[in-house]
Unconditional design. Structure first.
Ligand code: FAD
Length: 232
């Protein structure tokens, strides 16, 4: 009997975990991968992919305007946010299924559960309580968005929720520390701006070298604002 259940146990079926699992399995390793939410991870489910779909959607308004200048008559063009969100969800489900299929084809066993590390070689799957002994454990659990320590942050949402809004906000304000966060909300706000004529601003937070305050720089209007986070 083998000393371990698997050669490699990967926690997290996001971009990093899926790739590592498939490559290791391709070299003959017995691999199990645990995912507590949806296979595909941040990029596919609530990151790069939904963001890009929303960005693409936001561009059509300009295309219609430009087309008119080239002699086209584009009448009756309307935008429907729920249709966009439903189609985005369909595409994500398709990609998730493709990720499942690719892992299965590579003979990687998928455990749809949160995994916790008990010791250097033992994991527990919370869904079933089963223990798995692995020669090597790879932590590919990614990250999660956090709200900044600013007054009113409790009223804000993160990029996770931004892709599931029931309605397109007429106005939005984005405070972001990374380009992906900024571009995500910019995509939604660009939709809002083009279809509603609403206002939106995207600010990226950069720590000021001389003070504890953060300088917020608007990517669209180039204005800056200072925000001092509460002292913890
Ligand atoms: C809004 C947004 C837009 C982005 N746009 C881009 C882009 O355009 N281009 C680009 O290159 N990158 C983009 N990124 C970044 C990209 O999504 C991440 O760099 C990438 O997903 C990180 O992959 P990962 O495998 O490290 O983690 P993740 O993809 O986050 O995967 C980690 C997985 O682990 C799971 N998990 C965590 N803990 C456990 C546990 N204990 N048990 C079981 N499962 C667990 C999580 O559910 C998750 O599915 C974007 C990110 C965001 C948030």
């Amino acid at each position: 009997m083998a000393e371990y259940d698997v050669d490699l146990f990967v926690i997290g079926a996001g971009s990093g975990g899926v790739r590592a699992a498939r490559v290791a399995a391709g070299h003959g390793a017995r691999v199990m991968i645990a995912e507590e939410y949806r296979v595909g991870g941040t990029c596919v489910i609530r990151g790069c992919v939904p963001k890009k779909l929303l960005v693409y959607a936001s561009r059509f308004s300009h295309e219609f305007e430009d087309a008119a200048g080239f002699g086209w008559t584009v009448s009756g063009a309307k935008f429907d946010w729920p249709t966009l969100i439903a189609n985005k969800d369909k595409e994500i489900a398709r990609l998730e299924a493709a990720y499942h299929a690719n892992l299965a084809r590579a003979s990687v066993e998928i455990a749809e559960s949160r995994a916790v590390v008990e010791d250097a070689r033992t994991l527990r799957l919370l869904k079933t309580g089963a223990r798995v002994h692995a020669e090597t454990i790879l932590l590919a659990n990614g990250a999660h968005p956090v709200l900044p320590l600013i007054p009113g942050a409790e009223h804000a949402i993160t990029s996770n929720e931004a892709f599931q809004l029931a309605e397109l906000p007429r106005r939005s304000f984005t405070a972001a520390t990374r380009s992906c966060a900024a571009s995500t909300t910019t995509s939604a706000s660009t939709c809002a701006q083009r279809w509603w004529g609403g206002g939106s601003r995207s600010f990226s937070a950069r720590p000021s070298p001389r003070s504890k305050s953060k300088r917020m720089h608007c990517r669209r209007c180039s204005r800056t604002a200072s925000i001092t986070p509460p002292i913890r």
